[in-house]
Design a protein around this ligand. Sequence first.
Ligand code: IPM
Ligand code: MN
Length: 370
Amino acid sequence: MAAFNILVLPGDGIGTEVMAEVERLIDWFNGQGIARFEVERGLVGGAAYDAHGEAISEETMAHALASDAVMFGAVGGPKWDGVPYDKRPEAALLRLRKDLGLFANLRPAICYPALADASTLKRELVEGLDILIVRELTGGVYFGEPKEIVDLGNGQKRAVDTQVYQTYEIERIARVAFELARTRRNKVTSSDKKNVMKSGVLWDEVVRDLHRRDYADVQFEHILADNCGMQLVRAPKQFDVIVTDNLFGDMLSDVAAMLTGSLGMLPSASLGAPDEKTGRRKSMYEPVHGSAPDIAGKGIANPIATIASFGMALRYSFGLGEWADKLDVAIANVLDQGLRTRDIMQPGMREVSTTQMGEAIARELAALGG
Ligand code: IPM
Ligand code: MN
């Protein structure tokens, strides 16, 4: 039986509540003898700052580097608004992404049939939606230098962020997008702002080149990022895989999330390059939503994004794709049965707590597995 080390970092706010539902599933997989998951837990974000004065300790970073997968909840909250910039909760997330080399961020937006009416868009626009945003995660304006605010001494300040990409960074993320498209509807849309940005000109050149050389069988389109945002709310089903940079990917994936009914539904996987010897990739899995301090501690958060993120771990890190499929079916079935957390509650449905939703999905999975 394959053994894997999982580092669980629940973080802040609803992070701890939704992650408890993933731990329930991990225990179930262990109990069934489907895999052997060794779980380590750590603090991250505000919780780590309160304990050690850092958003993530060196010890936890070392555990992350040694793990097969990190399960990340969410970080941040008003309590830490005043902490120094380099110690803010988000700094931990950015450091994990950077130091683990997690350049490929996969953000699928799937509209479960039962939720087609929960979206703010009309049913016919989102019913059956299944798109995948492939976001570059370790480059661009998030990490480019210089990144600073300079006091000009005349009562003015100047703030600088740097958008920078090299050929290899664009090529490796585009390769991930083309490979994944081949397993889906075989279409890639590349999004940038080449009409105003040099980094966009290079982005487009590199992606087109790679397409011509290695992926001519995949349908390819270019779209400017502003138009992409518009098209996502106008006719989202035209897309299959969208590949884009770190900042545009951040924004476009929030837009895509709302197509699915709630931000509480969107999972993500962040992957590094495969290890030359073992073939294993460093990886981290996290819901796209944040720590939602306004509803933390109430037991009403939607655990589906985090559970579906664990499903992505089953697929991409643990070689358990058939269990990932079963988990997706379990989620769809529970929604079909009318169970809803508050964020996706609709008339005539049954409102359940975070724990009840987690239990129902685990029960459904057990039924499918048996
Ligand atoms: C996300 C988040 C992060 C990002 C924040 C918390 C730093 O919005 O994962 O989309 O901007 O990447
Ligand atoms: Mn975001």
